[in-house]
Design a binder for this molecule. Structure first.
Ligand code: ARG
Ligand code: ZN
Length: 478
C-alpha cells in the first residue's frame, strides 16, 4: 500500500479542500507523521497481485518498488521468436513471502531470487513468485523466458505490446503492453532505471530508450546495449528492431548542454528531414515554455506499424509512419508532461494528454496558426450542452476504453486554457514551469496539480476544476 493508492483513488473524486485532509491522513498511515512505531520483527506476508489503479486495477503489483530492470532479449524476426532474461532489482516495503510480476504469454523457464531458484505460478498475467526464503529490503529476481511475443488488445480496440512488422518488431506499451515482452511491475506509479541488451541480425538496427552504451557484433548478430538512467514508467519503455536508417547527431539545450540524438527511420520511408530538423527547435521551444528538457537523450523512431497512433516513449518517441509537426510537438511535450511528471493512476491521464494537446495549441499559436484562446473558443462553441463531448469528465473516467478519448485530450487542453484565463498568462506560465520542476521524475495526481495551481496563483480554483475536471457537463460561463 502506498500513499498513491489512497491519494489517487479517493482524492480524485473528493473536493480539493478535502484532499488536503486525505494527504495528511495518508502521511500518518505511511508513518511519515506521528509517534514512532515499536520495532517488532514483522511477519512475512504475500505482496499484492494488484496495483489498485482505478482503471487497470490488476496491472501492477504491491509490496515492493522496482529499482532497475535489466532486459536481455535475443530476437529472431523471421519466426518472431524471443529468448530472454529479465533481471529486476527491487526494494520490498516489508518482508515478503511471495510477490508478483506481470507477464502475458511467453514461457517461463526459470525464476531465481537472490541467486536461488524460486517457485512460481502463473494466473493470467500474474507471475506469482515464492522465493526460497522471504525477501526484505533490496532483492534481485531473474526470470528466464522465451516464446513468441504477441500484441495486446486494449479496451478501446486498439493494439499495443509487441507489434511485429515485415522486418522486425516494435514494443509499444501504453497502458499495459510492457508485460507482453518483459516481466515487470506494470503500473505508472513504479518508476525504475533500465538497461536493454538486445541481439538481432546485424542487418537490422535496434532502438531503445536512453543512451547507447555498446554495440557488439558476433557471428552475423549484433547486441545493442542501451541505458535509461532517468527513472521511467514501464509504459514508456521501448525497443524497436527493424531495417532502419540511423541518424546520429546532437542538440544543444537552452542551458548549453549537449544531448545525444539518435533517430531511426524505416528505410522504405522518406528520411523525415523536416521532423529531424525541427526536433532540436521544438526541444528548445519546450524548454522556454516548460523549463529544462528533463531527459538526457533524444530522437525519433519512425516505422509503419499500423497501430494508428504515435507514442511518447521516453527520450525517443515512436511514430507510425510520416511524422506530422503537431504530433512531433505533442510527443516531445510529453517528455516533460507524462514521462518526467507521471500520473500515479491511469484515471489521471488528462495530466498527460491535456498538457501535450495544449502544447500543440501553444506551438500553433506561436508559429502563425490559431491561438490557444481561439482553439478553445471554437471547441467550446462547437460542442453544445447536449453533446456527448462533455461526457465523461477528464478526471472522473470510469471506463478504461475512454483513456485516449477526447475528454483526456481536448477537454483536458480546454481545462488548461480555462485555468490560464482565470489566473493570467504570468501565473499560468509559472504553473507549467513549477509543475515540471517540482514534480520532475515523480508520480503525481490531479489533486497535486490543483493544489499547485492554487498556491502559485493565490486563487481558490475549486469551482473551475470542479466544472472542468470532475463534472460530466458543459461548464457554464467560460
Ligand atoms: N499517448 C499516446 C499519445 O501521444 C497515445 C497512445 C494510444 N495508445 C493506445 N493503446 N491506443 O497520444
Ligand atoms: Zn499524447
Amino acid at each position: 500500500m502506498s500513499i498513491s493508492t489512497i491519494a489517487s483513488g479517493r482524492a480524485r473524486r473528493a473536493s480539493v479542500r478535502a484532499a488536503v485532509t486525505v494527504f495528511t491522513a495518508t502521511a500518518v498511515a505511511a508513518g511519515l507523521i506521528g509517534p514512532p512505531v515499536t520495532a517488532a520483527e514483522p511477519t512475512p506476508h504475500p505482496g499484492s497481485t494488484r496495483s489498485g489503479d482505478s482503471l487497470f486495477p490488476t496491472a501492477g503489483n504491491g509490496g515492493y518498488q522496482a529499482v532497475h530492470y535489466g532486459v536481455t532479449l535475443d530476437y529472431f524476426p523471421k519466426r518472431n521468436r524471443l529468448e530472454a532474461r529479465t533481471r529486476v532489482v527491487a526494494r520490498a516495503a516489508g518482508p515478503l513471502s511471495s510477490f508478483s510480476l506481470d507477464l502475458e504469454g511467453l514461457r517461463v523457464r526459470k525464476v531465481a531470487v537472490d541467486g536461488r531458484n524460486a517457485s512460481y505460478r502463473r494466473h493470467g498475467h500474474e507471475l506469482v513468485i515464492t522465493p526460497a526464503r522471504a525477501v526484505s529490503g533490496r532483492f534481485t529476481t531473474t526470470v528466464v523466458y522465451d516464446g513468441h511475443p504477441r500484441r495486446h488488445k486494449d479496451p478501446d480496440g486498439t493494439y499495443e505490446g509487441w507489434i511485429t512488422t515485415p522486418d522486425g518488431a516494435t514494443a509499444l506499451n501504453e497502458p499495459v503492453g510492457s508485460m507482453t515482452w518483459f516481466p515487470n511491475n506494470n503500473t505508472p506509479r513504479d518508476k525504475a532505471r533500465y538497461t536493454f541488451r538486445v541481439t538481432a541480425p546485424s542487418r537490422l538496427a535496434v532502438a531503445a530508450n536512453g543512451v547507447l552504451a555498446k554495440r557488439a557484433r558476433h557471428a552475423g548478430r549484433t547486441t545493442w546495449t542501451w541505458h535509461e538512467r532517468v527513472p521511467m514508467a514501464s509504459y514508456l519503455a521501448m525497443v524497436s528492431i527493424g531495417d532502419y536508417d540511423v541518424f546520429r547527431s546532437s542538440l544543444r539545450t537552452v542551458s548549453g548542454k549537449r544531448l545525444p540524438v539518435w533517430s531511426f527511420v524505416e528505410r522504405q520511408l522518406p528520411s523525415q528531414g523536416k521532423a529531424r530538423r525541427l526536433l532540436p527547435k521544438i526541444v528548445r521551444w519546450g524548454e522556454r515554455r516548460f523549463g529544462p528538457y528533463p531527459m538526457d537523450s533524444a530522437g525519433i523512431v519512425v516505422h509503419k506499424l499500423g497501430v494508428g497512433y504515435a507514442l511518447e516513449t521516453q527520450d525517443r518517441p515512436v511514430f507510425d509512419g510520416d511524422v506530422k509537426t503537431p504530433d512531433l510537438v505533442h510527443e516531445l511535450a510529453h517528455q516533460w508532461y507524462g514521462d518526467s511528471v507521471t500520473p500515479r493512476d491511469w484515471g489521471d491521464i488528462w495530466l498527460n494528454e491535456g498538457f501535450a494537446t495544449y502544447a500543440e495549441w501553444m506551438w500553433d499559436g506561436a508559429h502563425g496558426g490559431t491561438s490557444p484562446e481561439k482553439t478553445f473558443r471554437r471547441a467550446y462553441q462547437k460542442y453544445g450542452a447536449k453533446s456527448s463531448f462533455w461526457k465523461p469528465a477528464p478526471a472522473a473516467l470510469t471506463d478504461p476504453a475512454d483513456l485516449f478519448g477526447t475528454s483526456s485530450y481536448l477537454r483536458g487542453a480546454m481545462t488548461l486554457q480555462a485555468l490560464r484565463d482565470r489566473v493570467g498568462d504570468k501565473a499560468f506560465s509559472r504553473i507549467l514551469h513549477d509543475w515540471a520542476r517540482l514534480m520532475r521524475n515523480g508520480v503525481v495526481t490531479t489533486t497535486d496539480f490543483v493544489l499547485l495551481s492554487e498556491r502559485v496563483s493565490g486563487k481558490n480554483l475549486d469551482e473551475l476544476f470542479q466544472d472542468w475536471l470532475y463534472t460530466a457537463k458543459r461548464p457554464v460561463g467560460y
